[in-house]
Design a protein around this ligand. Structure first.
Ligand code: DP6
Length: 352
C-alpha cells in the first residue's frame, strides 16, 4: 500500500472570481486574484492510500463517508492525475501501476466547515496536490492548478502561497486557464488577515449555482467584466509596491461590486447580513477617523463572514474595535472558538 498526506491552505480573493464561460471545464469569465492565508490557521488535510486490494475508490470527508460516485468534480481530478501517471507507467514498465489501483481518500478541515469559510478551495487543492505526490508526478504547480481548477475554480489559487492570480485564459480546452504566483508569502509580511465568523449557517445559494444565475440574469455583470481587467493590473501593481492604500480601496470596491452583481441577479442573491453590513460601515468610519487614510479593508465571499486586511501594527486595535461593536454571543463563545472575539486571527503573516 502507498499512502501520502498533505495539507493545503485557504485563499481569500481580493479580485473575485464570479461566473463561468464553461461549466464543465470550469473556465471563468474574468481573471481573479487572492491572498493565501497561513496554513497554521486554516487548512484542509488529505490522506490518500492506493491499494490493489481495495474494491473501489472511497471518500471520507470530516470523518463521514461520502458517495464518491456522486462527486463529479473530484472524479475530474482523479481522471486527470491518473492519466498523467498512466503516461509515466507506459514509458517506464518498472513503475508500480498505481494508476490502476483503487484509492481511499480521507480529508478534513482544521476549521469548522459550517463556518462557511472557503473549504472547497483548500479541500480540492489538497486533493490534487496529494494525488500528485502519491503518483510522483513531475508536473509544476501551474500544471496542477489546471487540474485543481476542474475540482473547484478557486482551488487552483490555493496551490501557491502568497499573492496568486488565476488567469482566465482564452483557449477552449482550458490549457491556459491556470494560477500563477504574483508574489511569495514573504513579500509583504506586515500584511495580516482577520477572519470574523459572523454566521455559521450554511449559505442558501452555493457559489456554483449563484454565479451561473448572475451570468444568466444580471445586466450589471457585463459592466463588471469591462472593469475587472483594469482592476487586476492595478491590484498587481499595489501588491508589488506594497501599496496598502491602493490595495485596500481595490479590495473593498471589488467586494462591493461582487455583492452588487449578486443583488442585480434575478431573483437576487443575498450573502451579506446586517452584521456584515455593520462591519463595512465600521471599517469606513474607522478609516475616515484616520483622516481618510485606509487602515483596514474588508472583503466578503459568498457568505456573511468578513475578512479584514490590515497591517500587523493596526490589527490589535481593529480586533478591539470589532469585539466592542460586535461582541460574540454566549452561545458562539461556547460552541466555537476559544478565542474570546469569535474571530480567527491570522497568526503572524500571510502565506502558505
Ligand atoms: C465568491 O470556487 O467555490 O469565493 O468553481 O463553482 O467551485 P466553483 O466555485 P468556487 O467560487 C468561489 C467564489 C468566491 C470568489 C473567489 O474565491 O474568487
Amino acid at each position: 500500500m502507498t499512502s501520502v498526506t498533505c495539507t493545503a491552505p485557504v485563499n481569500i480573493a481580493v479580485i473575485k472570481y464570479w461566473g463561468k464561460r464553461d461549466t464543465q471545464l470550469i473556465l471563468p469569465t474574468n481573471d481573479s486574484l487572492s491572498v493565501t492565508l497561513s496554513q497554521d490557521i486554516l487548512h484542509s488535510k488529505t490522506s490518500i492510500s492506493a491499494n490493489k486490494e481495495y474494491a473501489h475508490d472511497r471518500l471520507w470527508l470530516n470523518g463521514k463517508e461520502e458517495d464518491i460516485t456522486k462527486n463529479k468534480r473530484m472524479h475530474n481530478c482523479f481522471r486527470e492525475t491518473r492519466a498523467l501517471r498512466r503516461r509515466m507507467e507506459d514509458e517506464d514498465s518498472s513503475l508500480v501501476p498505481l494508476s490502476t489501483y483503487p484509492l481511499h481518500v480521507c480529508s478534513e478541515n482544521n476549521f469548522p466547515t459550517a463556518a462557511g469559510l472557503a473549504s472547497s478551495a483548500s479541500g480540492l487543492a489538497a486533493l490534487v496536490f496529494t494525488l500528485a505526490k502519491l503518483f510522483n508526478l513531475p508536473n509544476s504547480m501551474t500544471d496542477l492548478s489546471r487540474i485543481a481548477r476542474q475540482g473547484s475554480g478557486s482551488a487552483c489559487r490555493s496551490l501557491f502561497g502568497g499573492f496568486v492570480a488565476w488567469e482566465m485564459g482564452s483557449e477552449a480546452d482550458g490549457s491556459d486557464s491556470r494560477a500563477v504566483q504574483i508574489a511569495p508569502d514573504t513579500h509583504w509580511p506586515e500584511l495580516e488577515a482577520l477572519v470574523c465568523v459572523v454566521s455559521d449557517a450554511k449559505k442558501g445559494t452555493s457559489s456554483t449555482s449563484g454565479m451561473q444565475q448572475t451570468i444568466e440574469s444580471s445586466p450589471l455583470m457585463k459592466e463588471r467584466l469591462q472593469i475587472v481587467p483594469g482592476r487586476m493590473e492595478a491590484m498587481k501593481k499595489a501588491i508589488l509596491n506594497k501599496d496598502f492604500q491602493a490595495f485596500a480601496e481595490l479590495t473593498m470596491r471589488d467586494s462591493n461590486q461582487f455583492h452588487s452583481v449578486c443583488l442585480d441577479t434575478f431573483p437576487p442573491i443575498f450573502y451579506l447580513n446586517d452584521t456584515s453590513r455593520g462591519i463595512i460601515q465600521l471599517i469606513h468610519e474607522y478609516n475616515a477617523a484616520n483622516g481618510g487614510v485606509y487602515k483596514a479593508a474588508y472583503t466578503y465571499d459568498a457568505g456573511p463572514n468578513a475578512v479584514i486586511y490590515a497591517s500587523k501594527e493596526d490589527m490589535k486595535e481593529i480586533i478591539q474595535l470589532i469585539a466592542h461593536y460586535f461582541p460574540p454571543s454566549e452561545e458562539k463563545k461556547s460552541t466555537y472558538f476559544t478565542d474570546p472575539y469569535n474571530v480567527l486571527q491570522s497568526k503572524d503573516s500571510l502565506g502558505a
